[in-house]
Design a protein around this ligand. Sequence first.
Ligand code: SAH
Length: 366
Amino acid sequence: MTVNLLGLGQEGLDAFCAGLGEKPFRARQLMRWLHHAGVDDFAAMTDVAKSLRERLAECAVIAPPRVLRDTIAADGTRKWLLDVGTGNAIESVFIPEEGRGTLCISSQAGCALACSFCSTGHQGFNRNLGVEEIIGQLWLANKCLGRGVAEARPISNVVMMGMGEPLANFDNVVAALRLMLDDNAYGLSRRRVTLSTAGLVPAIDRLRDECPVALAVSLHAPDDALRNELVPVNRKYPIQELLGACVRYLEKAPRDFVTFEYVMLSGVNDSLAQARALAALVREVPCKFNLIPFNPFSGTGYRRSDAAAIARFRDALMQAGLVTTVRKTRGDDIDAACGQLAGRVQDRTRRSKRRQDASAITEAAR
Ligand code: SAH
């Protein structure tokens, strides 16, 4: 059987090398070639014995997802559409900024959470991505962006804010996060790797214990009634439980605040009263706010709040002492903005089934 080495984290590489009868340092050497140097050819691994290189070529491959499309926006934002098999495709986005480069990566083909304002959520869910598909996005982006010299690394930050709910694919996401942080792989600082979640409370606690990175939480509403509508998983994990998990997370987090994301939907969640309610709600949680102007997609009934409403909302939060930024919309000419990542999802969740699940969640929450 051939092994895709991109799918192996540190422990997997250790076990793989042990299986070949090789010493543990070989695993670290392999990790450096695979992820630090980014090679896709065993012949290039010059400090690995020729006999081992030949064995590797027989039993292993280095196989990232195939690039279906590579698009660059007017502002330099770059989006890759990647084939993940059986008719599914995912997207990753590189956002260059002064002094840093951020890669936004996907964790699932589709998403089961069905947030009402999210394009991915509208497409349904197909499956979790494997480690090789998650870390493969970073591997590929580095290659396409021409890494080579260590000094000129284009990707300084990674955000798990693409398609999917990362905490619903916990084990594979954590294995990929560990590779991002490993000095023999990508060597990113914990503070520069951010995971964004719709609020799966038990998984937030697990992440805190197993691999704390910077945390962003999609809040989007100041009360449970509205949040149930926008982020249906709120019926299972309502706001107070979620905020409790955020406070616990901060005990071990690399940053001393949680970032709350708040999508600005005209006439839905953008009033001054809602801004004040929101500020009161998060009083006990060290946090910053990131307001995301809604990015429309075909078939949505929502509209983006206008600039004046966004400014008014931001000012109200700031007056309440909350650091608040408004996310710049990047790459919208190539549909690369937040919530627009669509890829291609073969929905395996039958609609009737999804409705059942949604009502089961509602029942459980009663
Ligand atoms: N499942 C994760 C990652 C989702 S995408 C989560 O829920 O956090 C990252 C952010 O984009 C989330 O805050 C998400 O709510 C937001 N988002 C989704 N659709 C959007 C849209 N159409 N416009 C603006 N932001 C959107």
